[in-house]
Design a protein around this ligand. Structure first.
Ligand SMILES: NC(=O)C1=CN([C@@H]2O[C@H](COP(=O)(O)OP(=O)(O)OC[C@H]3O[C@@H](n4cnc5c(N)ncnc54)[C@H](O)[C@@H]3O)[C@@H](O)[C@H]2O)C=CC1
Ligand SMILES: O=C(O)C(=O)COP(=O)(O)O
Length: 634
């Protein structure tokens, strides 16, 4: 067995002789590469269930071999799509829930997978557990670090964040490891907004301090005189879902509301009766400031010594967003200096904060332990929202709440389904036509289509071509999440061009052509005049077909294995090759001949159910009229 070393792929992709083991599965190409001991189908991609053969290219890296061996053994006897579904049911995915999740969500998850609830895991214990999990569901308390993705060893397919903020998930690492991250962005909006208003009012009227004072046996009416909200200016920093709900409520309290958000559309602000202003204007004119932006590198410690110095003396600040947007030492100083009169904080840079935190202990600070999303209603809603998103991802569907992958609407996905299969197979064919040792760096994809360019979303197709090219020759597992990242890492440049043709606009794509530049081919006839390997395919009756190899037209369904022969066009060739295969009990599933002109060069494309042995291939190669041939796995 020849092999490709992973290290050889660092700069460019080096195909070498590929060997293949066959296994069977239903047709499908999983967008999230569900590769454990489960066989998974994507329901909305499973219309090609007649494609029973799937071939796993084995290379000599430990990871790839292990994974593929598991896949091969678990699928080797599967011929019926229902069998695959049954075996999938038997091997349910494991879903680890690492923080308290509403029971309705747990019930939804149990319909599909084994659910393990393990709260308060140490980082080490999480890393130990994760390699046996297909999905992980967290809230804000679990740090999903690069180490977690590394420890998952490729098994973790999806991280579900039961809430909005994903700053506790290392998104870059998730993407590199091909793990989808989904969140539940809407179900806790009102809860967070209500908590913001609760803190605003409680702070203005010293509710928490007065409560503590009474419980300590005191009766301090003059100490806890508050300030009124009506007529005061509130600056909402971050005019997204929560910010706009806070603004709406604050207006109901008679406040004058302004907002700062560089990305919020002005008409959304206008609809709530809020003026969008610059950062400096917002913080310098506000009596109250409420924070509702995400924690990102750009917002990290955005409230600092410098920004506090611009604020009105006596300003009051509410934070139900993320602790990290405030430089907490700077806030303590601003409180001590009287620039900030009071702060009400639900979130902290470190959670829980240190017991002796000066900020938490400050007499002008009101605190809650990250309770913004903690209402019964919000937690049930978030749990169902995240459970559905995670199950969708495990089924291979694309989520509308994907954080690190393009969101492809279901109708686009189902329309593109057969083309997704075609795209991956063309990628696989193209890479096998490259001769060992020549590195693929540049691939061009031409989509012939009658559609307006704006009506054709090719991200899925591009990802699947990348998957087809890269997976057979490396240990990478490529999916929609990491395709562009892995292509870049491997030095593969993939450019796309849409060519408008006069065909039916009902079909998204008429044909897909894959061209590989600056490489040698082990099948010279696949090379066109410009010097690039070129193959083209179409979807016919829902099934992917190869329609051209180099400048030869062929028409073969892309299933099983393929033998391409170039021969002198003469009578009896089909019979001779067919006989050789028949004698060796290799079943021919289809045959197609394309030629330049009569009695000149011809290409014969032969689909075979079984992989012919070396002797059989040698006999084919020895037929005098055959000038070159290649055996390809799909
Ligand atoms: N305390 C809690 O329990 C909860 C906290 N949150 C937090 O609240 C925040 C907002 O959540 P949503 O409104 O649902 O998110 P969202 O995504 O709907 O809104 C965030 C807004 O912040 C804006 N933004 C981004 N960078 C900004 C910047 N530099 N300056 C000003 N605005 C900026 C965005 O354009 C967006 O409109 C998030 O940090 C989230 O994690 C959300 C729910 C509960
Ligand atoms: O949704 C968010 O961003 C939150 O901060 C809520 O966090 P939690 O799920 O309550 O840990």
């Amino acid at each position: 067995m020849a092999s490709t070393s992973a290290s050889a792929c660092a700069k460019s992709i080096f195909p070498s002789t590929l060997s293949a083991t066959s296994s069977s599965s239903t047709s499908t190409t999983s967008l999230l590469s569900f590769r454990t001991n489960n066989a998974i189908t994507i329901p909305n991609l499973s219309s090609h269930s007649n494609h029973q053969q799937r071939f796993c290219f084995v290379v000599n890296t430990a990871v790839k071999t292990t994974v593929d061996t598991t896949l091969t053994s678990s699928l080797s006897t599967t011929t019926n799509p229902n069998d695959t579904f049954d075996s999938f049911q038997a091997a349910k995915p494991t879903i680890l829930v690492s923080e308290k999740l509403g029971s309705a969500g747990i019930e939804v998850l149990r319909t599909f997978g084994h659910v393990e609830c393990a709260y308060d895991l140490s980082p080490e214990d999480l890393c130990k557990k994760i390699s046996s999990c297909d999905a992980l569901i967290v809230r804000s308390g679990t740090k999903v670090t690069r180490q977690v993705f590394e420890a998952a060893k490729g098994r973790l397919k999806v991280v579900g964040r039961a809430g909005v903020g994903i700053d506790n998930v290392d998104l870059q690492a998730a993407t590199e490891f091909g793990c989808l991250v989904v969140n539940a962005p809407t179900a806790n909006t009102i809860a967070a907004a209500e908590h913001g208003i609760a803190l605003l009012a409680a702070m203005a009227r010293n509710v928490a301090q007065a409560d503590a004072s009474i419980k300590a046996g005191k009766w301090e009416r003059s100490k806890y005189v508050g300030v009124s909200l009506v007529g005061k200016t509130l600056a909402v920093m971050g005019f997204g879902k929560v910010g706009s709900e806070v603004a709406r409520r604050a207006k109901g309290l008679g406040m004058n509301v302004i907002a700062h958000d560089p990305y919020a559309p002005a008409d959304r602000a206008r609809a709530v009766g809020v003026e969008l202003v610059s950062f400096d204007q917002a913080i310098s004119t506000a009596d109250f400031i409420s924070l509702h932006m995400p924690l990102t590198p750009a917002t990290n410690k955005i409230f600092s010594h410098q920004t506090f110095s611009l604020m009105k003396k006596g300003v009051r600040i509410v934070n139900v967003a993320r602790g990290g947007v405030i430089d907490e030492d700077a806030l303590v100083k601003a409180l001590d200096d009287g620039i900030v009169a009071q702060a009400a904080l639900d979130v902290f840079t470190e959670e829980p904060p240190a017991k002796d935190s000066k900020l938490v202990q400050h007499h002008n600070v009101t605190v809650t332990p990250h309770l913004g999303a903690s209402t019964k209603e919000a937690q049930e809603g978030v749990a169902i929202e995240i459970a559905e998103a995670v199950l969708g991802a495990l089924k291979g569907e694309l989520s509308s709440t994907a954080v690190n992958a393009p969101m492809v609407p279901p109708e686009v996905l189902s329309e593109l389904a057969p083309y997704v299969v075609l795209a991956e197979k063309l990628g696989r064919l193209a890479v096998q036509l490259v001769s060992g040792g020549s590195g693929i760096q540049s691939v061009k994809v031409l989509y012939r289509t009658a559609r307006d360019p704006d009506d054709l979303d090719t991200r899925l197709l591009r990802a699947m071509i990348t998957k087809g090219i890269i997976e057979p020759i490396s240990d990478a597992i490529v999916n929609l999440v990491n395709a562009d990242f892995i292509a870049k890492q491997k030095g593969l440049r993939l450019s796309e061009e849409r060519v408008v043709v006069d065909s039916s606009p009902d079909l998204p794509v008429d044909s897909i052509q894959v061209q590989v530049s600056n490489v040698e081919s082990k099948f010279a006839s696949a090379v066109v005049d410009g010097g690039q390997i070129s193959i083209e395919g179409k979807v016919k009756y829902g099934v992917p077909h190869l329609t051209s190899v180099g400048s030869f037209g062929v028409d073969v369904s892309l299933e099983g294995n393929l033998i391409l022969c170039r021969q002198v066009d003469q009578p009896g060739m089909i019979g001779r090759v067919g006989n050789i295969l028949g004698e060796e009990n290799v079943n021919v599933s289809f045959m197609s001949v394309g030629r330049t002109s009569r009695r000149k060069k011809a290409i014969m494309a032969i689909g075979v159910d079984e992989e012919p042995n070396k002797d059989t291939l040698h006999k084919i190669g020895s037929v005098p009229a055959i000038e070159e041939f290649v055996f390809l796995n799909l």
